[in-house]
Design a protein around this ligand. Structure first.
Ligand code: FES
Length: 113
């Protein structure tokens, strides 16, 4: 969820995880680690949002959710560059770090380098 568009009261009783809460025992979340491994940031302004969105995106993808660009809404989607761009389109990087963000997302999705 976009915290800037979410009323705090709407989260009453909910479990909320922010980017600061992803690491476990000091160990980065696999998506955080993938962003580090691929240097998928420059100024870092967008990075917490990119990482949180990526975790949600990969969860939806893993559950077979189609996107606006999925050619077949009934089939399991493939993680094409177009799918990645569409599914992460709510997160803009003003530094243009996409050349590193995409391989980081692929690593987080479990794809071989
Ligand atoms: S790393 Fe600077 S806005 Fe994305």
């Amino acid at each position: 969820m976009l915290s800037c568009l979410t009323l705090a009261v709407s989260c009453d009783g909910a479990e909320v995880t922010t980017a600061a809460g992803l690491a476990v025992d000091g160990q980065p979340h696999p998506v955080q680690q993938a962003f580090l491994d691929h240097d998928a940031f420059q100024c870092g302004y967008c990075t917490p949002g990119q990482i949180c969105s990526a975790i949600g995106m990969l969860d939806e993808f893993g559950n077979g959710w189609p996107s606006h660009v999925s050619p077949d809404l009934t089939a399991n989607p493939e993680l094409t560059d177009m799918e990645l761009a569409e599914r992460m389109s709510g997160n803009l990087c003003r530094c243009g770090a996409y050349a590193n963000i995409v391989p980081a997302l692929r690593q987080a999705a479990g794809e071989a380098p």
